[in-house]
Design a protein around this ligand. Structure first.
Ligand SMILES: [Zn+2]
Length: 223
């Protein structure tokens, strides 16, 4: 698949950094154009501007060329779902992505569900659509495995460190958990003979950690 133009949609600053920070950095390092849309600034009562500054910095670390925040209200996205969908669709029509990523649909956070369901409609014209996982995804069993490396994981962690408050108070971002999932979780899904082949392809010795991010394919079109 020849990918030159990627679109990623999220609900809050920190969603795509958590779900696919390594995948994004791999794209941008290869010169692929990445546009990221976030529905809300992730505001709190005591912080009306939310995490918009942190998101900008995290996006810069990951090399994202264009970051668009729709500034819709956090935790009330369901009231603005049509507006969200229309604005995402307009961006889709403008940039015509080769592949679009959105949040996995089964999720305990209502904003995540709204983003997933309505971005899928907005992606009607996009050939390739893939879901990434965020903190509250339920029943997520990946069928697409991205294997990164230590350097890519370092960029992902660095981008997540921009969200100091989320690390400190809410536990939404747990850096140890992020590293452990990257390192161990694929064993629940892939036979060791498969991961042995991955090691060979990547020319990695037995002592080097395989590091992955999980995805779920909605559709991939090939010719
Ligand atoms: Zn979120």
């Amino acid at each position: 698949m020849n990918i030159k133009n990627v679109l990623i949609v999220s609900a809050h600053p920190d969603d795509y950094e958590l779900g696919m920070g390594m995948r994004i950095k791999k794209y941008t390092s290869a010169g692929v154009r990445v546009t990221a849309i976030t529905a809300t600034v992730g505001e709190y009562k005591d912080s009306p501007r939310g995490r918009i500054k942190q998101e900008k910095e995290a996006g810069r670390i990951l090399g994202i060329q264009e970051q668009i925040n729709l500034e819709l209200p956090c935790s009330r996205l369901s009231e603005f779902s049509i507006d969200f969908r229309n604005r995402v669709e307009k961006i889709v029509n403008d940039i015509k992505p080769d592949i679009a990523y959105t949040i996995y649909p089964n999720d305990l956070h209502v904003d995540h569900e709204v983003v997933s369901i309505h971005s899928l409609v907005a992606f009607r014209s996009v050939k390739n659509v893939v879901y990434y996982r965020v903190a509250y995804s339920r029943g997520f069993s990946p069928n697409l495995f991205f294997f990164g490396n230590k350097k890519l994981l370092e960029f992902k962690i660095k981008s997540l460190k921009c969200f100091k408050e989320e690390i400190r108070k809410s536990g939404t971002i747990d850096l140890k958990r992020v590293s452990s999932l990257a390192k161990y979780e694929f064993h629940n899904h892939l036979h060791h003979r498969c991961t042995d082949s991955v090691r060979k392809s990547l020319e990695l010795g037995e002592t080097v950690d395989l590091l992955f991010e999980p995805f779920y394919i909605e559709r991939l079109i090939s010719f």
